[in-house]
Unconditional design. Structure first.
Ligand SMILES: [Zn+2]
Length: 330
């Protein structure tokens, strides 16, 4: 089919660019491009890839949770509203929306999963970890090790199926001993409220198929080549961060040191009731904020705005968060 310049022009005048495209594709104008395109109405897959030296890191979104401000005993609605305005966020709703992120690190020699989302334990706004892992092209069989920042339901639930099968059949499980001991202690479980009791049950069920390939971390050591575990107790007794080091670059994966990106950099004292020790959690948060701001060390967080990668600056006794720019090449 050949088109004269005049025909092309008429197509473009009648129907805009779509008409030209339709005529170039050999379709009559009436069959293509005239109807309004339906909106997709779903977000693109939640994944983002970047490098740390020679390591390739993939952030995977599990979805979001709307947290009630009553979870933060020191919460001040006026201060929170002001922070939302100052950061050009949508107006603060009754609840505070936060993401749940997990990460895969390919060191070139090993594939390592850090945390795994909620599966179907926390409602329909979550549970996207497995789909996003697949969308990222990462085969579960390729994962050599699972590192857990801690054993809460939003971090451990993607590693085992409902019928008790390991979803990462070739992976060893690496957890801090203090977390392992806590969640496997019947005394602590009997004292817990209903929600936390379900966390004890879930932590045990999810870790069960990995018992024969379990490593417990007892001190700050290199757990895998280029990955150092750092104890960050408070959110849970064995809450752990991981420093990646490759070719002179460093990144701190700090788990749940911060739950609320908009709020806790300005007010590190706003701890969440899910902290097993709220005072210790605040102390750890201040210590880490101090360290990463002084060292200009990049952080990657489980609940920082997806993909959870940024830097922290210090302003007196407060801090601010600066999300990293898109990495165009790997
Ligand atoms: Zn969490």
């Amino acid at each position: 089919m050949t088109l004269s310049r005049r025909e092309l022009l008429r197509g473009s005048l009648l129907t805009g660019g779509a008409g030209v495209m339709a005529s170039l594709a050999g379709l009559p104008f009436s069959e293509a491009g005239l109807a309004a395109a339906p909106k997709v109405r779903i977000q693109t897959p939640g994944m983002y890839r970047f490098s740390v030296g020679n390591f390739e890191v993939t952030a995977l979104l599990d979805g979001y949770i709307d947290a009630d401000p009553t979870l933060i005993p020191s919460y001040d609605g006026l201060k929170a509203t002001q922070l939302y305005q100052d950061q050009f966020r949508p107006p603060l709703a009754e609840k505070i929306r936060i993401p749940i992120n997990s990460f895969v690190i390919n060191t070139g020699e090993k594939v390592i999963l850090i945390d795994s989302g909620t599966a179907d334990n926390m409602g329909p706004t979550l549970g996207q970890f497995t789909g996003n892992l697949k969308a990222a092209g990462i085969a579960p069989e390729s994962v050599d090790a699972i590192l857990l920042t801690h054993m809460h339901v939003d971090h451990i639930s993607g590693i085992t199926s409902k019928d008790g099968k390991a979803l990462f059949p070739n992976a060893e499980l690496i957890v801090h001993k203090a977390d392992w001991d806590y969640w496997n202690d019947d005394g602590f479980m009997s004292q817990a409220g209903d929600f936390m009791k379900s966390n004890f049950v879930n932590a045990r069920a999810m870790s069960a198929p990995y018992l024969k390939r379990l490593t417990l971390v007892e001190e700050d050591i290199e757990v895998l080549p280029g990955i150092e575990a750092i104890a960050m107790p408070g959110h849970t007794p064995g809450h752990t961060g991981f420093i990646l080091r490759s070719e002179g670059q460093e990144l701190l994966i700090w788990g749940d040191v911060v739950h609320f990106t908009a709020l806790q950099f300005a007010y590190p004292e706003w701890s969440i009731v899910f902290d097993s020790d709220m005072e210790l959690a605040e102390k750890t948060r201040r210590k880490m904020l101090d360290r990463v701001s002084a060292d200009k060390l990049a952080v990657l967080g489980s609940h920082l705005e997806f993909p959870g990668l940024g830097h922290v600056a210090r302003n007196g006794d407060r801090y601010s968060y600066h999300q990293s720019s898109w990495q165009y090449t790997l």
